[in-house]
Design a binder for this molecule. Structure first.
Ligand code: F0G
Length: 356
């Protein structure tokens, strides 16, 4: 049996590493592509929807794909410290891979605006956390400035190695299905991931945009939707804190992905995003974080209007694990409080029979 040892080893020939590169890995990638069985039936449409569940990466998000590459290359270049601005997931991944590499991680996060699980992880991994009384966009600007004055390597997705690692998700999908989907739906924040997938699909088909590459659909939260609006947003707001971004870093690259693939951007309300998150949990057994569910919210909308036609094969990337944001999950289930009963056989029996 061949042991799986991470995406760099798996796709070595398509990534910028050499024989002597020390690989910093936690066994990321190789995440499940799950076909939805119930939701297509519920909406009464003849479509095949798969979700690429990136929440099953080592730190619970797709950021691990980019971070294994970025930290591997930072260490190769002799860096002793990495830095990022983050809405939570990048900081958790940076912190974990820094520990693995034996270097220091600094993370800038917007105070009070990152999900509890992400903060807990980053603290546990022992990163130096710097909270700012500003949003992600401000943090990103500060990180770019400070990196000119201190010996730290930026590991946000403006670091090209991040996109190199993240493109492997597209490789995995084509390897598994035997072809690319017709449509690929993603939540969009900084737009690094949609850029990376598009790069991956094109590289898989030898650098060509062709009949085999998918249409890329990027979905944003209505209060943080610079791509859908066609202009930067100064005070982004959404319950999906992971994508609470108004000034995306990969602006031009994502527009290129949209144009080349014949795709589009759109925006959805927090209510629509949360409804999709709950639907995935309650009808499919897949628990993703709110931002991730924007991909399904968008796909379901575009299927219902016929923009995505029946007969299509669709992949939605679920970027992060639902466990990262327990506070939103509890709010989502506020009317489903657990019952408390006597610790007796009789009472337990009654509680069960009441539900059958
Ligand atoms: N989904 C989740 C769960 C994310 O954490 C992010 C970005 C995105 C989607 C959007 O991906 O930026 O490549 O378009 N999170 C970053 C962070 C900003 O700091 O964790 P993108």
């Amino acid at each position: 049996m061949k042991r799986y040892t991470g995406l760099i080893e798996n796709y070595r020939s398509r990534l910028p590493v050499s024989e002597s590169t020390r690989i910093i890995s936690l066994g990321e990638g190789n995440t499940p592509l799950i076909e939805l069985h119930h939701i297509p039936r519920l909406i009464g449409k003849e479509v095949k929807i798969y979700v690429k569940f990136e929440g099953l990466n080592p730190t619970g998000s797709f950021k691990d794909r980019g971070m294994t590459m970025a930290v591997t290359k930072a260490v190769e270049a002799g860096s002793q410290a990495i830095i990022c601005a983050s809405t939570g997931n990048t900081s958790a991944a940076a912190a974990a891979y820094a520990v693995r590499a034996g270097i220091q991680a600094f993370v800038l996060i917007p105070e009070g605006k990152i999900a509890l699980g992400k903060l807990a992880q980053t603290l546990m991994y022992g990163a130096k956390i710097i909270q700012i009384n500003g949003n992600f966009d401000r943090g990103m600007a500060l990180v770019k400035e400070v990196a000119e004055h201190a010996p730290v390597t930026i590991v946000n997705s403006i670091n090209p190695y991040r996109l190199e690692g993240q493109k492997t998700a597209a490789f995995e999908i084509v390897d598994e299905l035997g072809f690319a989907p017709d449509y690929h739906c993603l939540p969009v924040g900084n737009a690094g991931n949609i850029t990376a997938y598009w790069k991956g699909y094109k590289e898989y088909f030898t650098g060509r945009v062709c009949a085999n590459t998918p249409v890329m659909c990027g979905y944003q939260a209505a209060g943080a939707a610079p791509f859908a609006l066609g202009e930067m947003v100064d005070n982004p707001e959404t319950v999906a804190t992971a994508i609470r971004i108004g000034h995306p870093q990969s602006w031009d690259l994502a527009w290129t992905a949209q144009k080349e693939s014949g795709g589009w951007f759109d925006k959805f309300s927090d209510e629509q995003i949360l409804a999709a998150q709950k639907m995935l949990s309650q009808f499919e057994g897949v628990f993703c974080e709110p931002a991730s569910a924007a991909s399904l919210a968008g796909a379901l909308h575009d299927i219902s209007t016929g923009k995505i036609p029946e007969g299509s094969i669709i992949v939605c990337t679920l970027t992060g694990n639902g466990i990262k944001d327990p506070e939103i999950a509890m709010q989502q289930c506020a009317d489903a409080k657990p019952v408390t009963i006597d610790a007796s056989l009789d009472a337990v029996k009654r509680a069960i029979l009441d539900h059958i």
